[in-house]
Design a protein around this ligand. Structure first.
Ligand SMILES: NC(=O)c1ccc[n+]([C@@H]2O[C@H](COP(=O)([O-])OP(=O)(O)OC[C@H]3O[C@@H](n4cnc5c(N)ncnc54)[C@H](O)[C@@H]3O)[C@@H](O)[C@H]2O)c1
Ligand SMILES: [Zn+2]
Length: 368
């Protein structure tokens, strides 16, 4: 982004990635200026879901020229992140006459971000997208890193592309309309970032959690905590864009979380499953003598302070969960692989592979 065009914009968070990330309460009011600086276009396609749009689309839409801007919506929910919705959106763009000089504005949670990102990645072989995440999870996780995808009946995120956004615009004020469970779900990924990279960040989050529980999205620490979390994710992604090495550490807690989600047929929020998964995997790391004693208790304690669930739901049998860990696309043939911490703020590099295969019997012991 060249200097003159961004002169009047807020300062982005300094990050080692090739696109600016803006984090500030009220920054969404400057969205049009930001979009025009990073992805000037003839037409603007705002893609959102109906819930998010009912709260926030008007404030975004009115910044853009009426005759060259259109709002496209899908119903809310993970089950809408499909090839069918991708086809419907791309057809709608074609019918509208959108050309390569169109910029997509993805206004929503991770579902909209992934789907609209995939539309942008594929439309006329790729057009710019600016991500405007509206959930905490999408801010601290989904909107940075350039992964886009849709789900298929065989599993989640199985068809997609890497397509970096031109900018990411995060306005904590948008979180005021988010449900409390969805807000807490995002906290789990922030805890994960602290565990995998930064003890000081972990401690800052712990100190802020009582305020966050009392004030929700209005907690004053949100902007800096979101920026801190994004900085951790961006550093990992910058080192390993396509997930061969260190990017796997972002998977901490997720092998178990994905298994829980699969067993419960996704009737649990992702962050809730991650919260439980981080505790189980930290215990696994202690059992394998990879993690310092006490690591798992520290993880469990912050999870409880955040108001997230800390135990595997009683009706899930260990055998069933174990079987479900084998269904993860990230598990190559052989043992199921885990990315494990050595302490709060440090992950086990496992000689550069950043994950270890763990025998089922060890996992079974820990689950028991
Ligand atoms: N691309 C990546 O790197 C990446 C990383 C993590 C997760 N993801 C994806 O993200 C998705 C989950 O994201 P999510 O948790 O944001 O789910 P989501 O997009 O479904 O949003 C959750 C719910 O909150 C509503 N909502 C969103 N913002 C709101 C707001 N400000 N006010 C009121 N309601 C609002 C939505 O309508 C939805 O009902 C999954 O599909 C997952 O695969 C992608
Ligand atoms: Zn996650």
């Amino acid at each position: 982004v060249d200097a003159p065009r961004t002169a009047l914009l807020p300062a982005p968070v300094p990050l080692p990635i090739p696109y600016p990330v803006f984090v500030r309460a009220g920054v969404v009011d400057q969205l049009h200026a930001i979009v025009d600086a990073v992805a000037p276009a003839h037409r603007y396609a705002i893609i959102s879901d109906l819930s998010v749009a009912s709260h926030h689309a008007a404030a975004v839409q009115r910044q853009f020229p009426t005759d060259r801007t259109r709002l496209f919506t899908i119903p809310p929910g993970e089950h809408e992140k499909t090839r069918a919705r991708w086809a419907e959106l791309t057809d709608a763009l074609l019918d509208w006459g959108a050309g390569r000089d169109t910029t997509v504005v993805a206004l929503g949670g991770g579902v909209v971000g992934d789907l609209a990102g995939f539309v942008a990645a594929t439309y006329m072989r790729g057009i710019p997208v600016v991500q405007v995440p509206t959930t905490l999870l999408a801010m601290v996780d989904a909107s940075v890193g350039g992964k886009t995808a849709v789900d298929t009946p065989q599993g989640k995120n199985l068809v997609g592309a890497f397509h970096d956004p031109r900018a990411v615009v995060m306005d904590p004020a948008l979180l005021a309309t988010l449900s409390l469970p969805d807000l807490r779900s995002g906290l789990a990924e922030m805890i994960k970032h602290g565990v995998l990279a930064d003890r000081a960040y972990f401690d800052a989050l712990l100190v802020a959690l009582p305020d966050i529980r009392a004030l929700g999205a209005h907690a004053p620490q949100f902007a800096s905590l979101i920026a801190g979390s994004v900085a951790i994710k961006a550093a990992v992604v910058a080192e390993d864009h396509k997930e061969h090495g260190r990017r796997q550490t972002l998977n901490f807690g997720h092998t178990i979380a994905h298994a829980i989600e699969r067993v419960l047929e996704y009737r649990i929020l992702h962050g809730e499953a991650v919260a439980i998964g981080m505790i189980v995997e930290a215990r696994l790391a202690e059992r394998l003598k990879i993690a310092e004693p006490g690591t798992a208790d520290t993880v469990e304690s912050i999870v409880r302070t955040a108001g997230l669930p800390a135990a595997i739901p009683r009706h899930i049998a260990a055998a069933e969960l174990l079987a479900a860990t084998r269904g993860d696309k990230k598990n190559r043939a052989g043992g199921v692989r885990y990315s494990l911490p050595c302490s709060i703020g440090n992950m086990d590099s496992a000689d550069g592979s950043w994950s270890v295969a763990v025998e089922d019997s060890v996992v079974r012991d820990v689950l028991a």
